[in-house]
Ligand binder design. Structure first.
Ligand SMILES: Nc1nc2c(c(=O)[nH]1)N[C@H]1C(S)=C(S)[C@@H](COP(=O)(O)O)O[C@H]1N2
Ligand SMILES: [Mo]
Length: 434
């Protein structure tokens, strides 16, 4: 084998028909990455028993109790997600499983900061609103909310602020999200604005903070796992939602059932799950994970790997323009005499994505893909292209989105930051043309 052939063999494995996203991802990464593992804890809780001799159990083994049935070892209602952490539970979706224009519930990532609440009774769920700038503190049950306010459904992209963190170099700590901490289901609920107008908020209101029913990972009942939110102008934006359903059914238990917030264009951490309280604050909220370095980036660009003092950090208050190629899967083997259809999505915190361009020559030249308009603001937009390849061999397809503010995705990693937020580098997939 030549060196080049060996490279291709390594990339695509011995079975050339296999489109193996995970293999590609592993080898495409220039630094060693913590191996993918099903945590013993998650396995034990799924089995309902501690695993005896667990120290001898080979890593990645699927327990025979599952191997003997057709039931795969997955998070219930979450098909094929990749587990990054089981305490707290964090799981992402491989790009090719995000190909649907509307993300199905079973393909939406899970990002938990603490211990989720036990299964909730939606009929008695209560939301309490208070805070310095709430005119009259009050409560609503979930059935009251549904009965009293206008219902809306919107497709809104939800992306974790740390999506793409795994690629930062030097590495930064936190969940090593690659590409799949993003999704765009249809959310069913109401305008948050309608609720705030019903309560009445004072002129001095600055921030709307959330409180969830999940518990701090330490189990300490006096500490919240996370309590963030958005400034009042974002909360009052007609696109900001209070949500009780996704894709026409109840929220998944791990995505905040029975009530949550959804804010388009913001880091996912603002969209509180298992919502039991809102605080209308007369100042920037000071809840858990509001202080730097959490969800903060250096106010000015820094040298990679620098120590940055908390005083020099600014709040991450929007998510940058980005795109994802969702078909084919990276690592596909493609016949040279055929066209290769490319499909994917692009999103932004700006009004809309203006264009998506593709390159098969490492960015030397770019061709515009066909791009659809968003179904509503903050919905991701779909792009399509039919590629031809000039020769056989190893290719990369790169995608780059440009939004209505003129912002575009960088080809290489954007500014390094100590917590690894906002990586919107171009998505690349590998194609082996034979
Ligand atoms: N109560 C509560 N809300 C939360 C979180 C959480 O851990 N607890 N995680 C936040 C973060 S960091 C993200 S990215 C999104 C993830 O939403 P999802 O798990 O439905 O994908 O929820 C946000 N809301
Ligand atoms: Mo997040």
């Amino acid at each position: 084998m030549t060196r080049r052939e060996r490279g291709i063999h390594e990339l695509f494995g011995s079975d050339p028909e296999r489109a193996d996203w995970e293999t590609w991802h592993r080898v495409s990464n220039h630094k060693s990455r913590r191996g993918f593992l099903y945590g013993l804890g998650a396995m034990a809780s799924a089995l309902g028993a501690q695993i005896a001799f667990s120290e001898f159990m080979p890593r990645g083994l699927i327990p025979a109790v599952y191997a003997n049935t057709n039931e795969p070892f997955v998070i219930e209602g979450k098909d094929g997600l990749i587990l990054l952490n089981d305490r707290p539970l964090n799981a992402e979706t491989a790009p090719h499983l995000l190909n649907d224009d509307v993300t199905p519930t079973n393909r939406l990532f899970i990002r938990n900061n603490g211990i989720p609440p036990d299964a909730a009774d939606a009929s008695s769920w209560t939301l309490s609103i208070s805070g310095e700038s709430a005119s009259t503190p009050r409560q609503y049950t979930l059935p009251e909310l549904k009965q009293k306010f206008e219902h809306i459904s919107r497709q809104v992209t939800l992306e974790c602020g740390g999506n793409g963190r795994a690629e930062f170099d030097p590495p930064v700590s936190g969940n090593q999200w690659t590409l799949g901490a993003v999704g765009c289901p249809v959310w069913n609920g109401m305008h948050l604005r309608d609720l705030l107008l019903d309560i009445g908020i004072e002129d001095n209101a600055v921030f709307v903070a959330y409180h969830g029913k999940d518990r701090h990972a330490s189990g300490d009942p006096t500490r919240e796992a996370i309590s963030r939110g958005v400034n009042v102008s974002t909360a009052m934006d007609p696109d900001s939602m209070l949500v009780w359903g996704m894709n026409g059914t109840d929220l998944h238990p791990m995505n905040g059932h029975p009530l949550r917030l959804i804010f388009g264009g913001q880091p996912g951490s603002t969209s509180g799950k298992w919502l039991v309280g809102l605080s209308i604050r007369d100042r920037i909220h000071d809840g858990a994970k509001m202080a730097p370095p959490a969800y903060h980036i250096p106010c000015e660009p820094v040298v990679r790997g620098s120590q940055v003092s908390n005083n020099d950090m600014c709040m991450l208050d929007s998510m940058p323009v980005k795109s994802l190629i969702t078909s084919p899967a990276s690592g596909v083997v493609h016949q040279s005499n055929q066209r290769l259809p490319i499909h994917g999505h692009a999103w932004t915190n700006a009004d809309h994505v203006k264009s998506v361009q593709l390159s098969i020559d490492y960015g030397a030249t770019w061709s515009p893909a066909e791009l659809q308009s968003p179904v509503n603001r903050f919905a991701w937009q779909h792009f399509d292209y039919s590629l031809t390849f000039p020769t056989r061999g190893y290719f990369e397809v790169w995608a780059r989105a440009i939004d209505s503010n003129g912002e575009s995705q960088p080809m290489l990693l954007p500014g390094w930051n100590p917590k690894g937020y906002g990586n919107n580098a171009c998505h690349r997939i590998a194609v082996h043309v034979v």
